[in-house]
Design a protein around this ligand. Structure first.
Ligand SMILES: [Zn+2]
Length: 645
């Protein structure tokens, strides 16, 4: 029944027997439409490659349907097969004004110039309807195309002018997940567009089609629209047992069968039948959309990339493998949203079981992988909390020590600052036999001790002990291009993009494999320390009309200083922009020099070695008051009065 000859006869019969007005949109497409894109351009349109589009397309003439929602992967034919076929049908059979809404105005122009023009050029019945673009005063422009009985508008969701221009009967809104929340300060672009539909709505003639590949769970427009629909999903039969089922990603296998990703195939969860790529066409030819919610005027369709005639299961598996190998969250998200067509679920925060609580016995206070030390300090009216962090190649980190200094940091000079300064000047014993000092760090000024921190940082400006403040707005870089100068002592103040720094901290804390970005902790750290990392959650929020994520404390009063200190360490690293490879080389040079010196001393019969230091330093957190057992420090710099005012 699917052979082209029979199909042609069938279509001829339809054409002869029924007036055009009774054609369904899919029959219209098969009768009048010509392909307007790709290698088949100019050939007669056929629903055969995309049989599953028949039902969504035919919904456009179903008088009960007010809205069609089509959630899909990017390569399933939605623009050509659904939107442009619907547009052609409207123009030819049931003319009226319609709006093509795209994410941006540029995109709308491109769509008009490339896709819409090609549709009209290749399809004679549509070409005949168009008003000839005669002269300069022609009604037809890039964003406005007049045809017999109606007109087509093109607008960008980022530009409210086009949206408010005229009333229209039908809205074809594509890639709605890419629309801004607010169109140029005038409100939600979809709301603005829907206002223009109202006059036709009253007469029951309005129709909206929303299509998109999804984005992030919880802030996806297509997800919201689909959830309000009757939620149809596509079922196809297994050619082994005939069981109707969805082509879910878990049914696509390769490594389980000892295959390469490119040879991925379908494995039926009911009968274990193995279906090669070649079976896909026959499976989807026997499609059936099944609704999973009550119909209330919105027909919703969700279609994964696994059904696509244009990308093989092997191709999908290869793309996924590449993203996983690259350890790239971004690539994986693109695969998930576009190739597969599923929502991307972001971690809403660090879960206790997510963080590697794995603590390690360090062979020395500073383990061998560390080539740079930074610190991040959080201030409170009664204390300073600080984490010293060691950085290695590819941002692998080792927490070196976490300490609390009690006293009022707003008083400067004072004992608490003296102790803190001593601590920051510690010479740490490196596993490779050399000593290491802190290179840079940031101290928060927002803890009610602003004056004290300003003075301390001003006095220690040359040491790269930076005064910092969290950015109040999201979207800021982790470290600013340059600091501002603030306060009575004219301190340099750095604004930290805390949201970005927290994203980075959370991503690193989730890494479980040793190497790039992995976070290591010493054996002495207690569970209470790690729990502070889970004190905040990432929640969706709106800033200037855009969806953003913000880290917020779950409960006021929860302790999260360890988390903040980590974030400030990430700032210090970003602000310093170290060349970690170069630092590694330099460390190795120092180690070689130290060994050479030791060898020479030994040869010279020097009996007193300096080897007995370090190695046993604990990194206490259980009792932050516990005195440091740091063995070697350089004497505290006794600055002059001027430096300590
Ligand atoms: Zn089966």
């Amino acid at each position: 029944m699917t052979s082209p000859a029979i199909q042609e006869i069938f279509q001829e019969a339809i054409r002869a027997a029924i007036p055009d007005a009774l054609l369904t949109p899919s029959e219209w497409a098969s009768t009048y439409r010509y392909v307007s894109q790709g290698p088949l351009r100019g050939q007669k349109w056929s629903m055969d490659p995309v049989p599953y589009l028949t039902e969504p397309l035919n919904c456009v003439t179903d008088s009960r349907v007010r809205t069609i929602v089509f959630w899909s992967a990017s390569r399933v034919g939605k623009t050509e097969g659904l939107l442009l076929n619907a547009a052609g049908y409207f123009m030819h059979i049931d003319p009226g004004p319609f709006m093509n809404l795209r994410p941006t105005l540029d995109d709308a122009k491109l769509f008009s110039r490339e896709r819409f023009s090609a549709l009209v050029e290749e399809t004679p019945v549509l070409r005949d309807l168009m008003e000839e673009p005669r002269t300069r005063d022609s009604d037809n422009t890039m964003l406005y195309k007049k045809f017999l009985g109606g007109y087509a508008f093109f607008a960008g969701a980022n530009s409210p002018t086009g949206l408010r221009a005229q009333d229209f009967q039908r809205l074809l809104a594509d890639e709605i997940d890419d629309y801004p929340l607010n169109a140029g300060g005038m409100g939600d672009p979809l709301d603005l567009a829907n206002v223009r539909l109202r006059n036709f709505e009253k007469e029951g003639l309005a129709l909206s089609i929303y299509t998109s590949s999804p984005t992030v769970k919880g802030r996806s427009r297509i997800e919201t629209a689909y959830n309000d629909s009757d939620q149809r999903r596509l079922y196809v039969p297994c050619l082994g047992c005939g069981e109707m089922q969805e082509l879910v990603w878990s049914s696509i296998v390769w490594s389980e069968l000892g295959r390469e990703p490119k040879d991925a195939c379908f494995r039926c969860p009911f009968c274990r039948h193995i279906g090669e790529e070649e079976e896909k066409a026959e499976m989807i030819a026997n499609w059936e959309w099944r609704a999973h919610a009550e119909f209330k005027g919105t027909a919703g369709f969700k279609l994964l990339g696994t059904y696509s005639p244009w990308i093989t299961w092997g191709g999908m598996a290869e793309e996924l493998t590449r993203a996983v190998r690259a350890k790239s969250y971004e690539k994986y998200q693109v695969w998930c949203n576009s190739t597969l067509g599923e929502l991307w679920e972001e971690g809403e925060g660090l879960e206790e079981e997510e963080i590697s609580f794995h603590r390690e016995e360090y062979a020395a206070p500073v383990p061998r992988g560390v080539v740079l030390l930074t610190f991040g300090a959080d201030t409170h009216p009664d204390r300073i909390e600080v984490e010293v962090l060691g950085w290695g190649l590819e941002d692998e980190t080792w927490s070196i020590e976490y300490r609390v200094f009690y006293g009022n940091p707003n008083q400067y000079p004072s004992a608490v600052w003296e102790d803190f300064e001593d601590f920051l000047l510690t010479r740490w014993q490196h596993e490779l036999g050399v000593e290491m000092t802190i290179t840079a760090g940031g101290i928060d000024t927002a803890g009610g001790c602003t004056d004290g921190v300003y003075k301390f940082c001003k006095a220690n400006q040359s040491r790269r002990w930076w005064a910092i403040i969290g950015a109040s707005k999201p979207g800021k870089p982790i470290a600013p291009k340059k600091p501002s100068i603030v306060g009575p002592v004219r301190t340099k103040l750095f604004t930290v993009g805390t949201e970005a720094a927290k994203d980075k901290a959370a991503a690193a804390l989730r890494v479980i494999e040793p190497g790039a970005s992995r976070c290591h902790f010493p054996i002495t750290y207690e569970d209470t320390y790690f729990r502070q990392f889970t004190a905040e959650r990432r929640v969706p929020s709106v800033h200037l009309g855009f969806h953003v994520w913000r880290w917020v404390k779950i409960k006021a009063g929860t302790r999260n200083e360890a988390w903040d200190c980590r974030v400030y360490n990430i700032f210090a690293r970003e602000n310093l922009k170290p060349n970690l490879e170069r630092l590694t080389e330099r460390l190795m040079e120092r180690v070689a020099a130290a060994e050479e010196k030791k060898r020479q001393e030994k040869e010279a019969g020097s009996s007193k070695s300096t080897d007995d230091k370090g190695g046993d330093r604990a990194t206490p957190t259980a009792n932050p008051r516990q005195p440091s057992r740091t063995t070697f420090r350089i004497p505290r710099r006794r600055g002059g009065f001027v430096k300590r005012w």
